[in-house]
Design a binder for this molecule. Structure first.
Ligand SMILES: C[S@@+](CC[C@H](N)C(=O)[O-])C[C@H]1O[C@@H](n2cnc3c(N)ncnc32)[C@H](O)[C@@H]1O
Length: 258
């Protein structure tokens, strides 16, 4: 029997290529839906989306809605982990207001460039985008009230590192509100070792119980888990994975333990 392993460098390259294309050519072909139609279907209120530059919404690649769970208040500091073209960061900026602060972190140049340009054009001085890896967040300890993230953790091979980083930057009692792709059963090696399936948000889907255990082990308590049955993939291979292994979208709220 041969044991396959995921090539981490190849994975990073494929993820960067995929999300470069999402930023610059959102009308292209993808395994997943992009833009305003999917955002509205998964629960984003139209008035939230109206407040975001249309070009950012065109590149929206989120998988679920979580702002109702996040409960972002005026003056809060928000960190958007894997901020993409910035849709969720701009919505968070509206919720925390000019007295709050939003930091978006992403590793893909085209996403950071697009998000930064569009937020600056809107005069959103409370929003800042930093290029970086979420396994080593470029953010100080205990500096953040709310971490948000949409469709990102499944793309990362070292999920323990990422949840550890989230717990490090959250203040005690701070919240993690996310949407992500998980699976009902453990995916087979043929899927988890395929970098192209990872980059499409399928191969890296962690089994749901292990996912929650990893969050708890990092020092956070999971308070809410909600299944998002309105999110769906587009390609046959993705559909197949959904049927065979229960690959699905969830929204989740966790709180950093004091
Ligand atoms: C599915 S997209 C979601 C983007 C955004 N949250 C949204 O809803 O449109 C995933 C994003 O995570 C970023 N990403 C993936 N792995 C990363 C990592 N290890 N470090 C930093 N960014 C990462 C990608 O560049 C991409 O922009």
């Amino acid at each position: 029997m041969t044991t396959r392993t995921l090539n981490i460098k190849d994975l990073e390259l494929q993820v960067k290529q995929m999300y470069h294309k999402v930023a610059v050519q959102p009308e292209g072909d993808f395994h997943f839906e992009l833009g305003r139609t999917v955002a509205e279907r998964i629960g984003y209120p139209p008035n939230y989306l109206d407040a975001v530059p249309a070009a950012a919404v065109d590149s929206f690649a989120g998988v679920g809605y979580f702002f109702d769970l996040a409960g972002i208040g005026a003056g809060e500091t928000v960190l958007d982990v894997g901020s993409g073209s910035g849709t969720d960061s701009v919505i968070a900026a509206g919720l925390c207001g000019p007295g709050g602060r939003v930091i978006g972190v992403d590793m893909t140049d085209a996403q950071i460039d697009k998000a930064s340009r569009l937020a600056a054009e809107r005069g959103l001085e409370q929003v800042e985008f930093r290029k970086g890896y979420i396994e080593r967040l470029p953010v100080e300890d205990a500096a953040v009230d709310v971490v948000i993230s949409n469709g990102v953790f499944n793309l990362v091979s070292d999920k323990t590192a990422v949840f550890g980083e989230v717990a490090r930057v959250l203040r005690p009692g701070g919240r993690l509100a996310l949407a992500d792709i998980v699976s009902k059963s453990q995916l087979p090696e043929a899927v988890t070792c395929d970098a192209a399936l990872w980059a499409s948000c399928i191969g890296g889907a962690m089994q749901i119980d292990s996912y929650q255990d990893a969050i708890e082990a990092a020092g956070m308590s999971v308070e809410t888990v909600r299944h998002n049955d309105r999110y769906r993939f587009l390609s046959d291979s993705a559909d197949d994975a959904t049927r065979k292994w229960g690959v699905k979208s969830i929204s989740l709220l966790a709180r950093n333990r004091p």
